[in-house]
Design a protein around this ligand. Structure first.
Ligand SMILES: *[C@@H]1O[C@H](CO)[C@@H](O)[C@H](O)[C@H]1NC(C)=O
Ligand SMILES: *[C@@H]1O[C@H](CO)[C@@H](O)[C@H](O)[C@H]1NC(C)=O
Ligand SMILES: *[C@@H]1O[C@H](CO)[C@@H](O)[C@H](O)[C@H]1NC(C)=O
Ligand SMILES: *[C@@H]1O[C@H](CO)[C@@H](O)[C@H](O)[C@H]1NC(C)=O
Ligand SMILES: *[C@@H]1O[C@H](CO)[C@@H](O)[C@H](O)[C@H]1NC(C)=O
Length: 498
């Protein structure tokens, strides 16, 4: 027998060992293997168990904040005005120690993906999110990476910039969280920062001739061009189809170890993306609210009507003892689009926190949908002003590169097509979200006119939203019934006459 030959059996063993290695290797992602991996994941993907009405707000509101969709406005100008600080959950699963039997917090706003749900009491959690046109989102991601990274150019070199970032971060610990701590910026900003410094060094050493061209998205002497950015492996892993991955729970930041192989498989074998897309669509279906960045005004109104109204009646119904607990603590501000990365922006953030705190806890108790919308208007305009000032001062540091609406329109068709190709799943998901949005819109406009007045009247005497529904619709249904009876009766009498 062959096994009697020791060298042969040794060779056989080595061969088997190598084969085994090849099989176990995470780099082996042939189609058959990937198909199994993705199918297995899709079949077991946990979704919300929608038992009762998905339009009813549950105990915990999970705002799945997709980067660069404008979610920060909703957080600061709606949710912060509704929820007392004490009811806010820590914003990442590293810090979230959830006791499913008694969730102490009621609001969770985070860039962490849907895999977060595994830490939450699923049947008592409502999810909301906002989607944006995928091409615009990629542009915005690029611009924000540059904007935040450019703030560091005040430093003489990369070493001192990185050191300063570290120092600021430890100084802020417990107070505010820097963009640099938050996914995806914790990868995108240092990458861009390193690149900006490298380009500046080259400019300095070569004695620049100041001929940069007129397209800010393609000024390679100053900043990484957009087409290079979108084709980098980091962008492929973190940015493209990022919305689908975030809603599917498959981002680079996912809580599940298996997620990474699924994502890599889908990036490598595009046809498997459909399976992921289906999961993401199902989850959008189950959400309490889906907003669109583009339809900003309608989205905000709908948010106030759908989410705001229910939060108001829910919190009114619950004990109000918690509301005074954490009011004196300086608010944590960790939502990424505005972070303290240098002294200037730190001041801006703190000023903003102070001004929002004037709308303090007391007014939350007497909140109505109407008041909510009113305060939202002034809040967003303040927020926009401070954001745009910060952006202008950051981009000054990479002049003459400046990202404006006009310059964006001049970006070539080839680059746009490339972005669309790289974000094929997100494009499809965005179309789907638009349908959901339209349905939502029909539902709320039918309701809202009557609701607002009645709800304010009723919710002061009845806390829970189920009661609201009953008391709202009972008179309407009764009226309808009477009307039908009346019409029938008239028809019968007129027939008799004939
Ligand atoms: C970077 O700048 C700091 C502060 O000016 C300086 O002390 C340091 O030597 C510089 N490092 C390099 C590598 O140039
Ligand atoms: C996420 O992406 C960054 C940047 O490409 C990388 O350094 C990191 O290791 C990735 N994390 C995972 C879990 O893949
Ligand atoms: C930040 O605020 C401090 C005091 O509040 C002020 O002295 C400093 O000039 C401000 N810095 C910027 C960059 O606005
Ligand atoms: C809220 O309503 C209560 C009772 O109606 C009233 O005493 C209180 O002053 C109101 N608070 C605010 C901030 O409007
Ligand atoms: C960039 O463009 C904005 C908007 O057009 C403008 O306000 C700003 O001054 C420009 N910045 C520079 C450095 O030219």
């Amino acid at each position: 027998m062959i096994l009697k030959d020791p060298t042969l059996s040794l060779r056989l063993a080595i061969l088997l060992f190598l084969l085994g290695l090849a099989n176990a290797s995470p780099h082996k992602r042939d189609f058959g293997h990937c198909e199994n991996v993705v199918k297995k994941w899709a079949a077991s993907a946990p979704s919300l168990e929608v038992k009762e009405d998905k339009h009813t707000l549950r105990d915990l509101l999970f705002f799945l904040h997709i980067p660069r969709t404008g979610g920060r406005t909703y957080f600061h100008c709606f949710l912060k005005k509704l929820y007392p600080n004490a009811l806010e959950c820590p914003r990442s699963y590293d810090k979230l120690r959830f006791d499913p039997s008694k969730p102490r917090c009621r609001l969770l706003v985070t860039h962490d993906d849907y895999s977060m749900m595994s830490k939450l009491p699923k049947d008592r959690t409502s999810v909301v999110t906002i989607l944006r046109d995928p091409v615009d989102r990629v542009f915005s991601t690029y611009e924000f990476s540059v904007e935040v990274a450019a703030r560091f150019l005040v430093h003489p070199n990369l070493t001192s910039a990185t050191k300063m970032a570290g120092r600021l971060r430890s100084k802020n610990k417990g107070l505010a969280v820097s963009t640099l701590d938050i996914w995806p910026w914790k990868y995108l900003v240092p990458w861009m920062r390193e690149d900006l410094f490298a380009r500046r060094d080259v400019r300095r050493h070569s004695g620049s001739r100041n001929v940069y061209g007129s397209d800010p998205y393609n000024m390679k002497d100053i900043v990484m061009p957009l087409h290079k950015y979108i084709n980098d492996p980091i962008a492929r892993d973190i940015i493209h189809n990022g919305v689908t991955f975030q809603i599917a729970g498959l981002t680079n930041n996912s809580y599940f170890a298996e997620s990474h192989e699924v994502r890599h498989c889908v990036v490598q074998h595009k046809e498997l993306g459909e399976l992921v897309l289906e999961v993401a669509k199902r989850r959008l279906d189950d959400m309490l609210y889906v907003g669109l960045t583009e339809d900003h005004r309608e989205s905000a109104t709908m948010f106030a009507d759908v989410v705001g109204a229910q939060v108001i009646s829910q919190l009114r119904g619950s004990s109000s003892g918690v509301q005074t607990a954490a009011t004196n603590k300086l608010e944590q501000s960790s939502l990424s689009d505005s972070e303290p990365d240098d002294e200037h922006s730190q001041n801006a953030t703190l000023e903003f926190e102070v001004s929002t705190k004037e709308n303090n806890e007391a007014s939350k108790e007497n909140m109505t949908v109407g008041k909510l919308m009113e305060s939202y208007e002034s809040c967003t305009s303040t927020l926009r002003k401070s954001q745009s000032q910060r952006r202008i001062s950051s981009l000054k540091k990479i002049a003459p590169a400046n990202f404006t609406k006009e310059s964006r329109r001049q970006v070539g068709e080839a680059v746009l097509q490339e972005i669309k190709l790289l974000n094929n799943l997100d494009l499809e998901l965005y179309e789907y979200a638009k349908d959901i949005f339209a349905q939502q819109h029909r539902r709320t406009t039918q309701k809202s006119a009557v609701t607002e007045k009645l709800e304010n009247m009723i919710s002061s005497s009845y806390g829970s939203s189920q009661w609201n529904c009953v008391f709202l619709f009972l008179p309407i249904i009764l009226l309808l019934v009477f009307f039908i009876l009346f019409v029938n009766a008239r028809r019968r009498t007129s027939k008799v006459k004939i």
